[in-house]
Structures are given as structure tokens and as C-alpha cells.
Design a protein around this ligand. Sequence first.
Ligand code: HEM
Ligand code: HEM
Length: 167
Amino acid sequence: MQPVRETYSRTQIMLHWAVVALIAFQYLGSDGIEDAWRAYARGEYTQDDFSGPALAHVLSGITVLVLVIWRLVLRWKVGAPPPDPAEPPALQMLARVAHFALYALIIILPLSGMLGWGGGVSGAVRVHLLAKTILLPLIGLHVLGALVHHFVWKTDVLKRMLSPAKG
Ligand code: HEM
Ligand code: HEM
């Protein structure tokens, strides 16, 4: 049973926003890895073609995996705030499912990337592409939820992911 707390810890907040920044980079800076993968698929890839932008995608993606594992260990050890009790039960459940799916996808993405890139498994790259397609609308839903909480329902849900202080 995980401990229940009022807010996220400073480290949990730092990790959440560091992962957001890295994932934004993964989407906005994926041209290099796409070119490198196409060259690899044509058999034209050599270690020298492993350009800066492709390397950045790989290293940033692996960093996401390390930070997510850290986050999950921390969540297990120190817990996380429960959904807002004033929220309808169906929406509380939706928030839990969305958080679970976000965690699952940001683990599947680096793992499938590594298997595809490092192991040359093209099926893994197909999983990677499917996962990146599902992740984007899910992030949209998640951000919408956070903004509705803050601006419409005027709860502290967004504040607790911005500052470890209560209130
Ligand atoms: C959370 C981590 C990651 C995210 C969010 C992510 C996201 C993306 C995105 C958005 C693309 C562009 C796909 C497209 O539009 O065609 C892409 C392509 C690719 N990624 Fe990642 N990636 C991550 C981690 C990794 C890692 C760690 C590796 C390898 C070690 C990797 C290998 C690849 C490869 C080989 C492609 C090219 C696939 C293609 O164009 O067909 N990715 N990734
Ligand atoms: C790459 C994009 C994002 C990912 C993968 C992501 C992932 C997550 C995950 C997995 C959680 C659950 C944390 C836990 O309880 O262990 C969470 C919480 C949260 N996220 Fe994000 N997030 C992203 C972007 C954002 C953005 C842009 C915002 C703000 C507009 C945001 C606001 C929040 C808030 C307020 C919480 C706390 C929700 C609560 O305590 O009920 N997230 N996020």
C-alpha cells in the first residue's frame, strides 16, 4: 500500500517537468533519428552516419527512461496525492487511468526505440511509432484536465505539481 500525501515532493515535481521538457524535445527534434533510421533501413547506415541530432534523440530518450524509473521508485516510497475528492468518481478514475497510461507509454517508447535502433528490430520501431501517436492526444487530455482543474474548477491540482508547499 502506497503512502498518501497532500502534495508531490520537490524531486517528484522536478522529475515531472524534466520529463515534459525531454519529451517535447523528442517530438520537436526527431528529424535526425528519422533520417538515420531510413538510412539504416536502406543498408546505408554506418556508425559515422550516427549524426548529432539522432544521437540526441537516443540519449534524451534513454534519460526519460532513467527519470521515469526514478519517479516510479519515488512514488512507491513516498506516495502521491490522491485525486481531488470533489471530482466526480468517473473523472477520478479517468485521471488514474490516464496517469497509468502516460507512465506505460513513456516506458514503452524508450524500450521500443532501443530495441529497434540497437537491435534492428523493425517491429519494435512500429510499436514506437504507434506509441508516439497515442501519447500525443493523451498528453492533450492530461493538459486539458490540469487546465480545467485550475481555471474552471479552481482546485489546487495544478499548484501541487508546481510547488511542494501546501495550498
Ligand atoms: C520517451 C522517449 C521517446 C519518445 C517520446 C520518442 C519519440 C519519437 C518520435 C516522435 C519519433 C518520430 C516518428 C515519426 O514521426 O516518424 C521517433 C522516431 C524514432 N525514435 Fe524515438 N522516442 C523516444 C525514445 C527513443 C529511443 C531511446 C530510441 C533509440 C534508442 C528511439 C529511436 C527512434 C527511431 C529509430 C526513430 C525513427 C523511426 C522512424 O522514423 O520510422 N526513440 N521517436
Ligand atoms: C510530456 C508530457 C507529460 C507527461 C508524460 C505527464 C505525465 C504525468 C504523470 C504520469 C502524472 C502522474 C504523477 C503521479 O501521480 O505519479 C502527472 C501528473 C500531473 N501532471 Fe503531467 N505530464 C505531462 C505534461 C503535463 C503538463 C504540460 C501539465 C500542465 C499543464 C501537467 C500537469 C500535471 C499535473 C497538475 C499533475 C498532477 C495531477 C494530480 O495530482 O492529480 N502535466 N503527469
